[in-house]
Design a binder for this molecule. Structure first.
Ligand code: GTP
Ligand code: MG
Length: 166
């Protein structure tokens, strides 16, 4: 039996992060939950098209140690992330969260939705980590493309996961 956690991604961007982690950690269990069927098609991990909470409970039956990967900024993650996490806690699962907040250039609305969502999640979950995407850009000397910036953030999330949970 493995004592490694199951990695649960919430929202469209979490698919890319989970795909990245899986390339490095093929033996971990994953579940990517999203409401966008099209997006889930090129996932390399187990996926669940979100319809209701009970189906999440069924898929994760017996998997009690969970790290949630939650890139905040979009509607699904900001609106539903906290409810999915609440549901998992009520199922007596041990939950940790690694979240990100969006770049400023993605718009004020996304940033403030992400911040409000994260504040709520922080009150629910003892072990949370949040990366502010913007602060990454401040550290880089050269201009890089957005996809490259996201790949670096995927790697930072994976490093944190390894450091704390694997
Ligand atoms: N680490 C990482 N973050 C990403 C990537 N692409 C987008 N993001 C971030 O993830 C945030 C959330 O985006 P999505 O996951 O697409 O949003 P969603 O939760 O699916 O919500 P809607 O599609 O709007 O309903 C964005 O605001 C970006 O900051 C990526 O490839 N890697
Ligand atoms: Mg989406």
């Amino acid at each position: 039996m493995s004592n490694k956690p199951t990695i649960v991604g919430i929202g469209g961007a979490s698919k890319k992060i989970l795909n990245h982690i899986r390339r490095n950690e093929p033996d971990l269990k994953f579940l990517c939950i999203d409401n966008d069927e099209e997006n889930l098609k090129n996932s390399y991990t187990r996926t669940l098209l979100f319809k209701d909470f009970a189906s999440i409970g069924r898929v994760l039956d017996g998997e009690n140690d969970i790290v949630v990967i939650l890139p905040l900024g979009g509607n699904f993650g900001c609106d539903m992330g906290q409810y999915i996490i609440r549901y998992l806690i009520n199922q007596n699962k041990d939950i940790s969260v690694i979240a990100t907040t969006p770049f400023t250039f993605e718009g004020k609305k996304r940033l403030s939705a992400a911040r409000s969502a994260f504040r709520i999640i922080e009150d629910l979950v003892f072990d949370t980590t949040v990366f502010n995407n913007n602060s990454l850009l401040d550290k880089l000397e050269q201009q890089i493309s957005l996809p490259d910036a996201f790949r670096i953030i995927d790697e930072i999330i994976y490093d944190k996961l390894k450091e704390k949970f694997l």
